[in-house]
Design a protein around this ligand. Sequence first.
Ligand code: C5P
Length: 260
Amino acid sequence: MTNVLDMLASHAYDFARSHSYIALDVPSLERAKSLVELFGKAVDGYKVGLELFHAAGMDVVEWLVRSGKRVFLDVKLHDIPNTVAGALRVLRDSGIDMVNVHALGGAKMLEAARNALEGSAHRPQLIAVTVLTSLGDDALHQMQLPPSSALVPQLAQLAYQCGLDGVVASALDIEAIYTHVPAPFVTVVPGTRPAGADVHDQVRTRTPGQAIASGATHLVIGRAVTQAASPLAALKSIWDEMERAQMHRVDTERSHTSHE
Ligand code: C5P
């Protein structure tokens, strides 16, 4: 009988695999390695965030790249243009696939970030965090910022105009983003949860299927899998949702084209 790991590594999950990053939100290289070993050849994309990057730095990035994994370095840079550009010049040839900055750093910072990656032999995609998925409209109002329905599309447009490859946003914002910015523009959605699952500190959340249905290009999958009693079973059910939603999306696009 085929086990779950073999099933997840099969072509049946090619779409979900190539459009997911598993968030390695753990405090050491050893813990990261044991998660990566657990998922084996089923998972080829990992997100290294602030916790692991501060614990293990470039060692973990180099190890993942050497192991043939796609790496999204989620360092959310937010500083003056010169400093952000300097950090990206250091990171740009490390073999990472994706790196991010905060859109609220403003146009000059976004342009400096984009320019800093020029000339790299393996230029990572540069994406901008719009509004954190943990911030609801009440929290934005407290900071005198507009609601996310207005702020996110505005920040996505700014990122697009500054030459970035995409944004990080909630699944709730994806349709609005694509009314302002044309595809191909990457939309990475963190903080999704299967129906009924614990949302932890996330506020603006949707299910993985809803995220793909709304047009998201990539999902970041974190605690719903890494803290599950059975991470492989949890991943399978999320990837099943993603595959079903993608099939439905392709069928819908086909039927629209055939009616034109
Ligand atoms: O565990 P969970 O699925 O909530 O993890 C979401 C991951 O995505 C975390 O690593 C978090 O740092 C990241 N993230 C986020 N919201 C953003 C950008 C990144 O939750 N706007």
